[in-house]
Design a binder for this molecule. Structure first.
Ligand code: UD1
Length: 441
């Protein structure tokens, strides 16, 4: 990937102020495909204004949904004219979560053709075998045809069944729920993932008329085949965006108040920040939740083990590693969800971090101070980690590949500038204007 823009950050200042948290990306990218399960009109609110959502809405439009923006964070979706069309690579490759169209189309029409999903590759493989195993259990065959993953019911309709997931996969849990809502009979998902956005998607589907029970536990039951209709829904706050700014407040030794949050989703992040010596205060103000994180002086090391929910989220592992690289002492960070999610640490090393990676564990020897450097994001949360490191570092950092960051963080430059960050989005000076770039046939 080669972006025409980069971030230029002059670090070393404590960030102080308030940030409004956006809706959860990982809930939104599943809720939008779920609208396909009914013919009707939907109002989706608190939708994050990020490129992954634009890409998801483009796929819905391609399938015939009418989409009207009612505001920056609100869309109306009318699915009356939707038909079952293949989703080609140029649309599916823009985000990982395009795989949710497999489950949604299978649930609605009994078949789906979706090009292989794109999105972040942390440096290893991101398999979808558990999604396929789940679809198989409901009576669908799944194969490939060129660029497409093709799922097809063998009988006249999908049939409910028990699906045991070998790992509590977020994607497989949601995809099986989406398909099972359209199946005849009862589906039970054993060893289901329990992440907060799974509960949000279940609440959305239940509002549509489905019956998805016990989402948020390891055994989810879905009563399939119920009549479904359009509905209104407000997406939950983004746990990872909140956690990123919490970590940033600690790393810059500042004080940030994050508004529109759900504090129980932040328990593990709060516990680890407190262990490092930061102050974390969740509060309810005018019946809305907010959390304030502050730190003064150098924080202490701590060990982290990223696990499936309710463990410490793997999507916060890179940001915490950035923080721990300037804490006093030696921290061990293990990621037990992804095998190879430490590729970004070579970029932190360029800034002076002392990190040794062995398998899925990083050993971080805290250093007094990071220094600015020219670095590249190799995925979304790696990009967030580099922003934290850059804002805490002495000197100027430039971050390339920022389209990864735009996939998941709404208005990040504006939000950070408003709390005192010196951060700018600039075009590469050495890139010619688009009209001068020669076309390669
Ligand atoms: C989702 C999140 C991602 C997060 C991850 C874990 C979205 C769009 N993305 O990704 O940000 O890092 O959850 O919290 O919500 N696995 C298999 N076979 C499968 C599926 C997964 O072996 O068919 C393995 C993966 O390799 C990984 C683990 O299960 O080791 C967890 O993956 P999963 O929860 O499925 O991640 P995603 O849903 O892709």
């Amino acid at each position: 990937m080669c972006d025409l823009e980069k971030l230029v950050i002059r670090g070393g200042k404590p960030l102080i102020g308030e940030i409004e948290i956006s809706g959860a990306k990982n809930a939104a990218v599943a809720i939008l495909p779920a609208t396909l399960l009914a013919k009707g009109e939907f109002i989706i609110d608190n939708l994050p204004n990020i490129s992954d959502i634009d890409a998801t809405l483009d796929i819905l439009r391609h399938l015939g949904a009418e989409i009207t923006r009612l505001g920056k964070h609100t869309v109306r979706i009318n699915t009356m004219g939707v038909t079952n069309k293949p989703i080609p690579e140029f649309l599916a490759c823009k985000l990982r979560a395009s795989y949710y169209f497999l489950g949604a189309l299978l649930g609605r029409f009994g078949s789906a053709r979706v090009a292989m999903p794109g999105g972040c590759n942390f440096g290893g493989v991101r398999p979808i075998d558990l999604h396929i195993k789940g679809f198989n259990a409901l009576g669908a065959t799944v194969g490939t045809d060129g660029e497409y993953v093709v799922a097809q019911t063998t009988a006249s309709t999908l049939m409910g069944n028990t699906v045991f997931l070998d790992k509590p996969s977020v994607g497989a849990t949601i995809n099986v729920i989406l398909a099972a809502v359209g199946a005849k009979g009862i589906t039970v998902i054993e060893n289901a993932a329990k992440e907060p956005h799974i509960v949000d998607i279940a609440n959305f589907l239940n509002r549509m008329g489905a019956e998805v029970r016990c989402a948020g536990t390891e055994r989810i039951t879905i009563i399939g085949g119920l009549p479904m209709k359009g509905c209104e829904h407000i997406i939950i706050p983004d746990q990872i965006e909140t956690g990123t700014y919490m970590t940033l407040a600690a790393a810059t030794r500042g004080q940030l108040t994050l508004k529109n949050i759900t504090s129980p989703h932040l328990d593990k992040i709060t516990a680890k920040l407190r262990e490092c010596g930061a102050t974390v205060i969740p509060e309810e103000v005018d019946s809305s939740e907010q959390i304030t994180v502050s730190a003064s002086g150098r924080l202490k090391c701590c060990d982290i083990k990223a696990e499936a929910h309710p463990g410490f989220p793997t999507d916060m592992q890179p940001q915490f590693t950035a923080l721990l690289s300037i804490c006093e002492g030696t921290s061990m960070v293990t990621d037990s969800v992804w095998d190879n999610r430490f590729k970004y640490t070579d970029q932190l090393t360029k800034m002076g971090a002392q990190i040794k990676v062995s398998g899925n564990t990083a050993c971080i020897q805290g250093t007094n101070e990071l220094t600015g450097a020219s670095v590249f994001a190799n995925d979304l949360r790696a990009g967030a980690a580099l922003i934290i490191a850059a804002l805490a570092a002495k000197g100027t950092t430039t971050i390339g590949n920022i389209s990864y960051i735009d996939r998941g963080y709404e208005d990040i430059v504006e939000k950070l500038s408003a709390v005192g960050a010196d951060i700018q989005r600039v075009e590469f000076p050495d890139v010619p204007p688009v009209s001068n770039i020669q076309k390669v046939e």
